[in-house]
Design a protein around this ligand. Sequence first.
Ligand code: SF4
Length: 401
Amino acid sequence: MLAYIHVPFCRTKCSYCAFHSVPLGRDASAATSPMVRDYVDTLLMEIATWRDRLGNRRIQTVFWGGGTPSLLPPRIVGVVHERLAKHFSLDANAEITLEANPESLTKTDRAAGYLAAGVNRLSIGVQALDDVTLRLLRRPHRAKESLHAAFVAREAGFANIGLDFMWGLPGQGVRQWLQTLKDAVRMAPDHISTYGLTLEPGTPMERDCEEGRIELPREREQQTMFMEGAAYLEEQGYMQYEISNFARMGFQCRHNIGYWEGEEYLGLGPSATSTIGDLRWTNPSVQEAWDEKTRQGRLGEDAEHLGSTTRVLELLMLRLRMAKGLPVRLYRELTGQDFLKTHHRFVQALHQNGLIRIRNGFLRLTRKGMLVSNAILSNLFECIPPSLVANSAGARVRLAN
Ligand code: SF4
């Protein structure tokens, strides 16, 4: 099982962000915040609750996401790991990732504290390496703080460091994006994530775009950013193992791979989603509601059963994101159908247009295919009538109360 821990606090709110997070303010200390203290109390209670209900499961990876997990002092992170190890079988070699923002990773002691607390992978939210763009994104850090955070992490002894970037940003051109990647490579990370900007409804950035105050790069330009950026990173030894993720050999994120490959995952914290067996549920986003449900033993009470149709669609959606592709054997096991025969015409059209490759039982998107993956998937979904999906389902679990 994978464990995801959602930390719902940030310094400030970024202009494009639709994640659940509460801005603590620039100067507030998470170490003394009553809201953070209450969050940690409930988190520890939630871990014990799930142990009682799920039994002693093995945990292969832990991922602290948010929000800004690096606002939590290392001591608290260590306490949570101890609690996980007490209630579950936390693998001795578990990959334990913590998302960190540059403004909260300014001192080597702090990074060393996370290492001592059991974190062995840091994912640093750099996003851009020029201050004009960072201000536009309303990030609370500046470019030189990112360089410093990566340096501090290495100096503290982290052997697995990822940097996250965004492309397709207002005012960004191909040349600027490639320069960002060059600067990123100079920082010598082990992993690089590059996310295309999505305009989320209700965010200040969406409003600014709609009202014409800022403008996104044209589609053609965005396509070039994706294609040339990916080619450059591969030239530099960062293998593209998923649409948005690149890693040096052996540094792919095990947690995310597990998620894309359909492993069970337990989501802890407000707004975290879990999938165990054929059940999926999401915790309340509001801290008080999450706390109340945890105390009353009512988490997961509204879990949905994942039908076979959902499983097939997710198999396609998640596996086709990965460079390795979809093992057609899995499709057959879930549907009783041969993917290549059932979707013969569609597959042929994709192949002729250079959008897919089929090899050794795997169907994978080419880079050109990745560029239009959403369109490919929505066309594919339309080709799958519910009657094609055999009545198969994953192992059922009962959530004990
Ligand atoms: S730091 Fe991340 S989670 Fe927090 S507001 Fe910015 S994008 Fe959202």
